[in-house]
Design a protein around this ligand. Structure first.
Ligand SMILES: [Cu+2]
Length: 198
């Protein structure tokens, strides 16, 4: 007659065993689902190729994957002296990622440049990696950039009025910024006080 407690305790035990099994299996399952990620989207080729040598720093680097890549993608190219030469956002077109490079008028050494990328494949798996290329010729400091700097210096030196004009403008902007920040802060404090008194 009173079989219920006995029968219900057995499924309960089974449930406990099942739960224990699941707890033991979950890390294994997570690992099993994580492992194929490396087998999904993969870098097929690049320009410059990994460990290749180029005469001068190229205007851009291109990465080609085996499947379409989600936008945005991230590519960071670092000179031997640690200066980052990637310029702007990477452009994604299907399986191809193009990253513009710009020495920004700096004198950059020859040597090993590192190219690090982080992209998301169409199925959402993140893929990242790092490779290198050799630049044989140092990048000479841009003469145009020097000329522009010199022109700016001349302007500041000759026209005190112009210089003051620039300073006055930045002062106005600074004051406006401070007023805006304090105004916003004040408004928030007032709102908080009103909220508290209600
Ligand atoms: Cu995948």
């Amino acid at each position: 007659m009173n079989h219920r407690p006995v029968t219900s305790s057995t499924p309960r035990r089974r449930l406990a065993t099942l739960a224990a099994l699941l707890v033991a299996l979950v890390p294994g399952l997570l690992l099993a689902t994580a492992l194929p990620a490396s087998a999904h989207a993969a870098l097929v080729s690049s320009d410059p190729a990994d460990a290749s040598s180029v005469e001068t720093l190229p205007d851009e680097v291109t990465l080609e994957f085996n499947e379409s890549i989600a936008d945005p993608a991230y590519v960071v190219v670092t000179a031997p002296d640690g200066v980052r030469v990637n310029s702007g956002d990477a452009a994604v077109a299907g399986p191809q990622v193009t990253q513009a490079l710009d020495a920004q008028g700096l004198a950059l050494p020859a040597g090993t440049y590192t190219l690090a990328y982080r992209v998301v494949s169409a199925d959402g798996h993140p893929i990242s990696g790092e490779q290198t290329f050799e630049v044989e010729t140092p990048t000479v400091a841009d003469a145009d950039a020097d000329a522009a700097d010199a022109a700016q210096t001349d302007e500041t030196a000759e026209g005190a009025g112009n210089g003051d004009g620039g300073d006055a403008l930045s002062t106005v902007l600074l004051v406006a910024g401070v007023v805006a920040v304090f105004g916003l802060g004040g408004a928030l404090v007032l709102r908080a006080r009103r909220g508290g008194s209600q």
